[in-house]
Design a protein around this ligand. Structure first.
Ligand SMILES: [Zn+2]
Length: 300
């Protein structure tokens, strides 16, 4: 009996290393696959079972990029920051035109036509509600190469709970995602109000909060004339500036009429037009250069 038991134990000992080896291989494979699945979702399965001869690591990265792209990303140094303009290097005379409260029937298309004629790209802070009502106009803005940004769902000025603020921004993100198939990390609070809960949420999410340094005053109830708008903008324009205008939220015919002259006159002064993400790229590249120069003692 004792001999049999010892014999069984010995047999078990002989078998164990082999069995354990395969069990360990199986368990490890399962864990690795499960981990990849958690990290990359079902994409990993496709990528991992792709035909041989393909560099799977490259394919995996590409697949991930296709799943969740951040089309309008924010440079690291500007994430979760509120800006009204951005410092740019001397000689880099750039300025960003921005349009709020659209998309809007008639005005948006007129603004788009003027921008296209002058070959200028701008940044559009869209409200979720009109984008839902006029999806084709929103698509036209994107198709023309402009930047899409978030301007909340209802354009409320009131104080908001964290939950309401979250819904105002996230519901708009979802409408932008559904209709335009893009992700944006650019946000402008309605009325430029900084303390009603919206900016706190946008910053928590690492978004870039964009105020303005040049106010065209085009949302004034007594709509200023295109000439008056042009005068106001020329008086306030600076390199690295952000110009506030409106293509939605009422009749903004005067804005659409003013756009060509605004572009022509600013160009005469040497300005180049950039989108807000481009402005931040230029500014952050310059900041890195300045920081590096400071570390190296260059210029001191
Ligand atoms: Zn607005």
């Amino acid at each position: 009996m004792a001999k049999t038991a010892r014999g069984d134990r010995q047999k078990t000992k002989r078998l164990l290393p082999g069995k354990l080896f395969w069990l360990a291989i199986a368990a490890t494979s399962c864990m690795v696959f499960a981990l990849l699945h958690i990290l990359f979702g079902s994409v990993s399965a496709d990528a991992l079972t792709a035909t041989t001869g393909v560099d799977k690591s490259v394919e995996l990265t590409t697949s991930i990029a296709n799943v969740s792209p951040m089309d309008f990303d924010v440079p690291t140094s500007f994430q979760a920051k509120t800006i009204k303009d951005a410092p740019v290097p001397a000689g880099e005379k750039v300025i960003a035109l921005t349009f709020d409260d659209g998309p809007w029937p008639e005005t948006t298309e007129k603004v788009l036509a003027a921008l296209k004629k002058e070959n200028v790209k701008a940044t559009f802070y869209m409200i979720g509600q009109p984008l839902k009502s006029f999806p084709e106009l929103g698509k036209k803005v994107l198709a023309d190469g402009h930047v899409i940004a978030n301007h909340t769902l209802h354009h409320w000025y009131k104080q908001m709970s964290p939950l309401v603020a979250q819904r105002e921004i996230e519901d708009t993100q979802q409408i932008i995602r559904d209709i335009l198939k893009v992700e944006t990390a650019y946000f402008r609070p309605p009325g430029g109000l900084l303390t009603n809960g919206l900016v706190a949420y946008a910053q928590k999410k690492g978004q870039s909060v964009n105020m303005w340094s040049v106010d065209s005053n085009d949302s004034h109830p007594k709509r200023p004339s295109p000439e008056a708008m042009l005068k106001t903008i020329l008086a306030q324009a600076t390199p690295g500036g952000i110009v506030l205008m409106h293509d939605g939220g009422g009749n903004h015919d005067n804005t659409a009429k003013a756009v060509p002259q605004i572009i022509i006159k600013l160009r005469e002064q040497g300005y180049k037009f950039v989108t807000v993400p481009e402005l931040l790229e230029i500014s952050s590249a310059n900041a890195e250069k300045v920081a590096k120069a400071a570390v190296l003692g260059v210029g001191s």
